[in-house]
Design a binder for this molecule. Structure first.
Ligand SMILES: Cc1cc2nc3c(=O)[nH]c(=O)nc-3n(C[C@H](O)[C@H](O)[C@H](O)COP(=O)(O)O)c2cc1C
Length: 400
């Protein structure tokens, strides 16, 4: 046994430091005051208390100037904040601010505001209030509740804001994954900005032992797609993975189909990827089948059906020539991130587009994507994409 001297429990700095080691989610408790004006406060002390009857609690400070109005209303609504709502939290934690001036909301059944963009809401009637030191413990009976957005929560930890990743969404740190994961970590910030800008899911894809592996994912705000599972691998099989093959001569032969005309199609596809600086895939029934198999992978062992679906993919729908003015069901765009050795270190992939895109829109998105990929290349010590010198002749819709 070691005996150490610790500051006393009533040392408030020490109390906050130690208790700050316990992470909390962040919620906003709202109500309408007597004049029908919305009031609200950010709380980390929200929690569930009882299932039968359904009770929840939160703990307002006695010094709160907002809580008395919530108490008088006798009803309140709790909105659970998402990882992208730090600004909402800051506003709702500012004493004296006009908290609802810039916040969208709609009424819960009780009339209390549900904060737009929240992950879920819980509408309650106040049933108990207990005194507890300089705080109160308020118990609410849950009247109605609902989930709103399938995204990750805002987390408060040691005085700072952060996010959450489920263990099942973190790739296993196998030796061959450590460096690609480190690089994907460096791309994180740029990926999040890109997801906001183009409103699609952004995935950092690595080349690990002959497989493409999703290493990190940035969510699109309001995206309507099944999220990519981090750690998921697919083998490099034509026509998938052209971004990695296009700059890797040694791997090209094994990737290209042996038989014509698929072989010629593959060579032309790689040429286009090198010239444009990005890859593209258009959807069809076989692509749908592949996506379904992939999304079921973690429920059942779907490796076999993934292999079958990949074999059925139509090479003609990957890295194809785009026709000016034509509209496409784009399923993925990917640009290379170059490492210090000049090889492709990562692919930055976009997916989850909510509508069909015409060739002009595709080129604009591809430009934003390649600009981000170039920025990440420079950040990890590599160079930007340089299109190979033109061999004259055909000019197509595209970069370079
Ligand atoms: C992450 C976070 C968690 C908070 N949790 C609580 C809480 O549980 N109880 C509380 O009284 N205040 C909490 N606050 C502070 C209040 O949001 C804030 O002081 C208060 O609402 C603003 O003053 P007002 O109530 O006088 O308007 C928290 C603030 C933040 C940023």
């Amino acid at each position: 046994m070691t005996s150490t001297t610790t500051p006393p429990a009533h040392d408030s700095r020490h109390f906050r430091d130690v208790l700050g080691r316990f992470p909390t989610g962040v919620a906003v408790v709202t109500a309408l005051d007597e004049s029908g004006t919305p009031v609200g406060m950010a709380v980390g002390s929200f929690g569930s208390v009882s299932l039968d009857p359904p009770l929840v609690e939160f703990m307002p400070a006695r010094s709160s100037s907002t809580y008395p109005a919530i108490a008088r209303a006798g009803r309140f609504c709790v909105s659970i904040l998402g990882a992208d709502q730090e600004d909402v939290c800051r506003t709702m934690a500012t004493k004296g601010a006009d908290k609802f001036a810039e916040i969208d909301w709609h009424p819960a059944p009780s009339g209390a505001p549900i904060i737009a963009g929240a992950l879920a809401w819980i509408d309650c009637t106040t049933v108990q209030e207990h005194e507890a030191g300089d705080h109160l413990i308020v118990i609410g009976q849950v009247e109605q509740l609902s989930e709103l957005r399938p995204t990750t929560p805002l987390v408060f930890f040691r005085g700072g804001y952060g996010g959450f990743s489920a263990p099942s969404l973190v790739a296993a740190p196998e030796r061959d994954l450590i460096e690609p994961i480190r690089l994907a970590g460096l791309a994180r910030h740029a990926m999040e900005q890109l997801a906001q800008e183009v409103r699609a899911e952004v995935i950092a894809v690595g080349d690990v032992a002959g497989h493409t592996v999703s290493l990190a994912v940035a969510d699109s705000p309001g995206g309507d797609y099944v999220p990519t599972v981090v750690g998921y691998r697919t083998p490099f099989v034509f026509p998938v993975g052209s971004v990695f093959i296009a700059w890797d001569e040694a791997a090209t032969d094994a990737w290209l189909p042996a038989a014509e005309p698929a072989r010629g199609q593959g060579i032309a596809a790689l040429d286009r990827v090198r010239r444009r600086g990005w890859a593209i895939a258009i959807g069809d029934v076989h692509y749908d089948q592949l996506e379904r198999s992939v999304s079921r992978l973690f429920a059942h062992d779907e490796q076999a059906s993934i292999a079958t679906a990949m074999q059925r993919l139509d090479g003609g729908l990957f890295d194809l020539e785009l026709e000016r003015g034509a509209t496409y069901d784009v399923r993925m765009l990917m640009a290379p991130v170059f490492g210090a050795d000049g090889g492709v270190a990562l692919g930055l992939m976009l997916r989850g587009f909510t509508q069909h895109l015409d060739s002009t829109e595709i080129l604009a998105i591809a430009d934003t994507l390649t600009a981000t990929a170039d920025e990440v290349s420079r950040a990890i010590g590599g160079g930007a994409h340089v299109p190979p010198p033109s061999r004259g002749g055909v000019e197509e819709v595209g970069r370079g």
